[in-house]
Design a protein around this ligand. Structure first.
Ligand SMILES: [Ca+2]
Ligand SMILES: [Ca+2]
Length: 211
């Protein structure tokens, strides 16, 4: 209980410091169409099927359209795991299937100082998004965040071990260090796909044995 409390305090202290320094860049969200019936709304960890058009705010150039370019198919992505630009992760929460939004995304939440391909450095981007389908992600974002004690978007062996210890205690089992270390090694063998010693948000969210 204490460590969690401590972490919350720390987070609130840090975010106050941030606020004092700079205003947080924000995504401007305009809802263009919201369906009358909405059974569920998108949340972190969900998989979304979307069509989109991306424009440069500066001169209105269309730099990508999923309907016109490539294989012209809509694309799947997982919300909230930084698989896409931060502006999508932030701007596409609480959407219904069938909903359309216009997102105005500042460079800090898009391609920043470097730009990318047709997108010049420091570009504000405008996206017209349409969500066609929302599905549950194989693993929830919430449990990843709970395990990622230092919020660096990857799980260390220590963090996984700590998680196991807590889960064992929660279920009334005595913690067993040796046992947990064996489990951790086993988990990492399966999940740490690129073998860098960490389980990234992506490695966690996608279960590759289901492919
Ligand atoms: Ca971590
Ligand atoms: Ca890894």
């Amino acid at each position: 209980m204490f460590p969690i409390l401590f972490r919350l305090l720390l987070v609130s202290v840090l975010s106050n410091v941030d606020c004092a320094k700079l205003p947080e860049p924000e995504v401007k969200i305009e809802v263009l169409y919201k369906p009358f019936l909405c059974h569920r709304k998108s949340k972190y960890g969900d998989i979304l099927l979307v069509h989109y058009e991306g424009y440069l705010e500066s001169n209105g150039t269309l730099f990508h359209s999923s309907r016109q370019h490539g294989d012209q198919n809509p694309v799947w992505f997982t919300l909230g795991i930084r698989e896409v630009i931060a502006g999508w992760d932030r701007g596409m929460q609480s959407m219904c299937a069938g909903e359309r939004r216009k997102l105005t995304i500042p460079p800090a939440l898009a391609y920043g100082k470097e730009g990318k391909g047709k997108i010049p450095p420091e570009s504000t981007l405008i996206f017209h998004m349409e969500v066609l389908e929302i599905r549950n992600g194989p693993r929830s974002h919430e449990s990843f965040q709970e395990m990622d004690l230092n919020d660096d978007w990857k799980l260390s062996k220590q963090e996984v071990k700590e998680y196991l210890r807590k889960e064992f205690e929660r279920h009334g089992y005595a913690a067993n260090d040796t046992h947990h270390e064996v489990m951790v090694e086993d988990i990492f063998q399966k999940e740490d796909e690129d073998q860098d010693g960490f389980i990234s948000a992506r490695e966690f969210t996608y279960k590759h044995d289901e492919l």
